[in-house]
Unconditional design. Structure first.
Length: 464
């Protein structure tokens, strides 16, 4: 495969790296601008507290974007390696070692990371410069000689390169499982190294979920007497959610199967439902990034909405009620936008996984066409499959987010309220997520569906 073909294959990964770099460079650039504005105020210029807090908050959100980006990149490389199984097996048959093939894939990760980092740095800095000049022109920022570039501001670019290389290395581990005997096999997801490994992974995930869940409950109980219970609940949430991510290979197929039944019993619906769960690892790779993003957005939104409702119920007759309401609304929008960027990155990953999956199933789709399925039926099947995955990811993320958000707010406010409080659901956010699911499903199915129906059944069946 030529270098050009490799870059074309990794276009979504380059986009993910570029998005992560743009977000990081842009956010740190904005933080640097705010620090320069703050430095002109004598009241706060002598204190580094505000600058430290801004830097900390920015670092947290950048780290979150890099984390989700790394998961998406690793999943993409895993899918790419699955598609190259016959080629890799042929190279093994000709004398190349598995480790040589894995290093070759890892080098592709370096190229992807550098390309995405360079593109993202340019776009990120350009966005900051344009935004500052617009705000200065509108009188919302003082006209200063702003400095936009710093060594710290370029850290996201370096971090993206390193995480992309690491993600490519992790995603390419399946190269080690390809044998020379697979040289004539059709492309398929390689199995895990053994049943014991999956059992250990499942048990470890269950322990994290159970242990974290207990800490979450303890945090809520402690919160009835002391607001410090929120710290216990926080660690419980982190542990249990880590368990969900680690054990997603067991959770997601089960939920996918349940959601698939909602689409009816027609032939197209049944095929779509079966395709979504036939390869559990592939389905998990396509959805887990969105689950992470939606869970985080919903958690923060429910927690802030519950806190706002609680304070508003106390201060409803106060002149500060309107100001408090506006403050929480603005905070909710800002936080949702920052955390939601990770969901955008994950959405790119889902579109890419669907596209690569359909490309690797062209023989199967060709067989469906050969036995009488129309192009319209194939398109509907792929659309339903994408809808099933998008809807499942958002439903799981919302459910987890409501639980974590309520537990956080309850453990913080329980001592002040003297009892349990009902979670306040951000209805506009939930409606927005439902619309997002529909849009994401359509986008994820658009290119794969066109690709699947653009060839004749004979050509598709001839594809190896």
């Amino acid at each position: 495969m030529s270098a050009r073909d490799q870059l074309l294959e990794h276009r979504p990964s380059i986009l993910v790296a570029a998005l992560g770099t743009t977000f990081g460079v842009g956010l740190l650039g904005v933080t640097r601008v705010f620090e320069q504005v703050i430095a002109t105020d004598p009241a706060v210029a002598t204190s580094g507290t505000v600058s430290t807090m801004l830097g900390f908050v920015a670092s947290v959100f950048v780290g979150l974007a890099l984390y989700v980006g790394a998961i998406v990149t690793a999943n993409t490389f895993t899918t790419v390696v699955a598609g190259r199984t016959p080629t890799i097996a042929l190279m093994r048959l000709l004398g190349s070692s598995a480790r040589d093939q894995r290093r070759a894939v890892a080098r592709e990760g370096l190229v992807v990371g550098v390309a995405g980092a360079v593109l993202g740095t340019i776009v990120g800095l350009a966005l900051v410069v344009v935004a500052v000049r617009v705000l200065v022109g509108r009188g919302q920022l003082p006209d200063l000689a702003y400095s936009y570039v710093s060594a710290g501001g370029l850290v996201p670019a370096v971090a993206v390169v390193l995480t992309t290389v690491a993600a490519a290395w992790v995603g390419s581990r399946r190269v080690l499982q390809v044998t020379p005997l697979q040289a004539t096999d059709a492309a398929q997801d390689a199995p895990l190294s053994g049943r014991s490994r999956r059992v250990v992974r499942t048990v470890f995930a269950a322990l994290l979920v159970v242990g974290g869940g207990l800490l979450l409950v303890i945090g809520v109980v402690v919160g009835l007497a002391d607001a410090m219970g929120v710290l216990v609940a926080f660690f419980g949430g982190v542990l249990s959610f880590t368990g969900v991510v680690v054990g997603a290979h067991s959770l997601m197929p089960t939920v996918l199967n349940g959601v698939g039944r909602l689409f009816g019993t027609s032939q197209v619906a049944r095929l779509a439902a079966e395709n979504a769960v036939r390869q559990p690892e592939r389905s998990t790779r396509a959805t887990i990034g969105i689950v992470i993003g939606v869970t985080l957005v919903t958690t923060l939104s429910v927690a802030l909405e519950t806190l706002r409702s609680f304070i508003y119920s106390i201060e409803q007759d106060s002149p500060y009620a309107a100001e408090l309401d506006q403050f929480f609304t603005t905070t909710l929008l800002i936080v949702a936008a920052l955390v939601g960027f990770s969901a955008v990155i994950a959405a790119v990953g889902m579109v890419n996984d669907m596209s690569l999956s359909v490309l690797q199933r062209r023989r199967e789709l060709g067989l469906l066409r050969a036995i009488g399925s129309t192009a319209g039926q194939v398109r509907r099947m792929i659309l339903l499959e994408a809808t099933q995955m998008a809807l499942t990811a958002i439903v799981v993320g919302v459910v987890l987010g409501v639980v974590y958000g309520w537990a956080g707010a309850q453990s913080l406010l329980g001592s002040a309220n003297g009892g349990l409080i009902a979670p306040a659901l951000p209805v506009p956010l939930l409606v927005g997520l439902a619309v997002t699911a529909a849009v994401l499903a359509g986008v994820a199915a658009l290119v794969p569906a066109r690709r699947a129906t653009s060839v004749t059944p004979v050509e598709a069946l001839a594809t190896r």
